[in-house]
Design a protein around this ligand. Structure first.
Ligand code: SF4
Length: 280
């Protein structure tokens, strides 16, 4: 049984950077906490806890020490409040998310009505909204737009993980109905690259295993993409979840992983699949 790993799989730049900053903070000692789980991967969060990096659900839970802001970013008022409490803040906001913050703030300052293309309850979108001054229309698809545009001058910002097709749809729906439309394409290519290479891989293998947190939206999306192309798709968090029966008669197994799946977790799954092949 041969194992092929997707061309683009596993941690993206922003997540890798956040993990590195958290490791450095843990090594420096003292009380360290992240505001919310650093990434959507229970094993990686547990490993950080083992190094002394706790998870705070809100600012009230952190009395002292260092607070790490995750790659999704936050409302800037949260950072100000943390600093006012005397906390040392490490801002691990991904630079690509920061670019969306800047766009939102610039568009709002220039008098555009900001439209955010994204999921309204996602922490990243909440941060973008705050940077737009708390005044923005959030839409997940063109069908969410009101029949009359909220202004003749619209500025669009996009959640970094949205599919380009959704942005195109929203732009296409607004363009004929407004006097001016400015678009900040803040989509990050990491998600699209992982989705494209997962789809490519799913077509040419007997079985495909997607590795990543069951609570990870981007890993779940990879599983959906692969399942649509290959019915022998399985989503696991760790090697322990693999079942020998999945690989019966398989010659080529594909492995892919979400943007929040650390390398060692992917390696563990590959090693376990290869061991199953050895046993067969
Ligand atoms: S998916 Fe893109 S924007 Fe999001 S953390 Fe990763 S690199 Fe940054």
């Amino acid at each position: 049984m041969k194992v092929i790993v997707a061309r683009h799989a596993g941690v993206c730049y922003g997540v890798e950077r956040a993990l590195k900053l958290a490791d450095e903070a843990a090594a420096a000692g003292g009380d360290v906490a992240t505001l919310g789980p650093l990434i959507h991967n229970p094993q990686a969060v547990a490993a950080l806890q083992g190094k002394g990096v706790g998870v705070a659900s809100n600012l009230d839970d952190v009395a002292q020490g260092t607070l790490i802001i995750r790659s999704h970013g936050v409302d800037p008022a949260v950072i100000v409040a943390a600093e006012n409490k005397g906390l040392a803040v490490i801002d691990a906001t991904c630079p690509f998310v920061r670019a969306a913050h800047t766009c939102a703030a610039d568009l709002a300052a220039a008098g555009y009505r900001v439209v955010i293309v994204g999921e309204s309850d996602h922490p990243e979108v909440e941060g973008i909204l705050a940077h737009a001054g708390g005044e923005a229309l959030i839409v997940q698809r063109a069908g969410d737009l009101p029949s009359k545009p909220p202004s003749r001058r619209i500025g669009i910002v996009v959640q970094t993980t949205q599919p380009p097709a959704v942005l195109q749809e929203v732009v296409g729906a607004l363009l004929p109905r407004v006097a001016e439309l400015r678009v900040c394409n803040t989509i990050c290519s990491a998600t699209a690259k992982r989705q494209e290479s997962a789809a490519e891989l799913a077509d040419g293998v007997d079985v495909i295993v997607v590795v990543g947190g069951h609570n990870s939206g981007n890993t779940t999306r990879l599983t959906e993409i692969c399942s649509a192309r290959n019915p022998r798709t399985h989503h696991v968090e760790t090697a322990d979840e693999l079942e020998e029966v999945w690989f019966a008669g398989a010659e080529i197994v594909g492995v892919t992983a979400g943007a929040s799946t650390p390398d060692e977790q992917i390696r563990g799954v590959i090693d376990a699949i290869e061991a199953l092949a050895g046993d067969a």
